[in-house]
Design a protein around this ligand. Structure first.
Ligand SMILES: O=C1O[C@H](COP(=O)(O)O)[C@@H](O)[C@H](O)[C@H]1O
Length: 259
């Protein structure tokens, strides 16, 4: 049965180091069981702080970084290297400093990538990459392919991290937006209320396929949406649930309105 846990720490800096410590342990544990670890990264301010904190943890040296698969929950559909891309921010914060295997860094396509500015094709390409990795690991009993609802084949995600927007959005799934009801693996969105308007995102069924889903938020601007979701309100963040565990990792300001 899936459990939901809410962890509240004093401030954003302590939150970042707490999440970083959990992430390092989670990766070490996943590698002990499966030989590999599969992590879905999020964008946003707190995510960058978390990744910078990972760099400072001595325990991170226990990870075999060459056997970590990195995915993204969403991407701002901009040219490669654009400072607003979630990938660029993650690379600067941590990834460029690690001995990762390039083919295991599964960045979402950029708007000057193989599909040009066709965000739908970019989303479809990412779904194909997910399915290809699922297929290549599907014969390993330790790394079962997960198929989630109506979504296509998905690889195992040990942990999927999400930021929470001031409006309660997660990934690029915004309140009241039709993309919330998408049943495929990935989707493109063209009218995001938060810039840039064009984005690529994992869908709700894909997010819900992850073993653990962590919602990470800091600051007073996040208190209202988080209070609503934890009180049973129907914002996008309410759909973020992991198969084994849903973990809310909050600082006190973001947790101020929780029931
Ligand atoms: O645009 C985005 O914003 C959200 C939240 O970011 P934050 O800076 O308020 O923490 C993030 O989760 C998402 O990945 C990103 O594309």
């Amino acid at each position: 049965m899936s459990e939901t846990v809410v962890v509240v720490v004093p401030d954003a800096d302590i939150l970042a180091s707490t999440v970083a410590a959990r992430l390092v342990v989670k990766i070490i544990d996943a590698q002990a069981v499966h030989g590999t670890a599969s992590v879905v990264l999020t964008g946003g301010r707190v995510a960058a702080k978390v990744l910078r904190s990972v760099r400072e943890l001595p325990a991170a040296a226990a990870i075999d970084w060459s056997r970590v698969d990195l995915w993204w929950g969403d991407e701002r559909f901009l040219p490669a290297g654009d400072p607003d891309r979630n990938e660029t921010q993650a690379r600067e914060a941590l990834l460029d400093k690690l001995p990762l295997t390039p083919s295991r860094i599964h960045a979402m396509p950029a708007s000057d990538g193989p599909d040009g500015d066709d965000a739908r094709a970019a989303a479809a390409r990412y779904a194909t990459e997910l399915a290809a990795v699922a297929a290549s690991t599907g014969f390993d009993a330790e790394s079962p392919v997960v198929t989630s609802g109506a979504a296509g084949a998905l690889p195992r995600f040990d942990v999927l991290m999400l930021g929470v927007g001031e409006d309660g959005h997660i990934a690029s799934l915004f309140p009241g937006h039709p993309v919330l009801a998408e049943t495929g693996t990935t989707a493109a969105t063209f009218d995001s209320p938060k810039p840039p308007p064009t984005r690529v995102t994992l869908t709700v069924p894909t997010i819900q396929s992850a073993d653990e889903v962590w919602l990470i938020a800091a600051g007073p601007d996040k208190a209202t949406p988080i209070g609503r979701v934890l009180s049973g309100g129907d914002l996008p963040a309410a759909h973020a649930k992991g198969v084994s565990k849903t973990l809310w990792l909050l600082d006190q300001a973001a947790a101020a309105d929780r029931p």
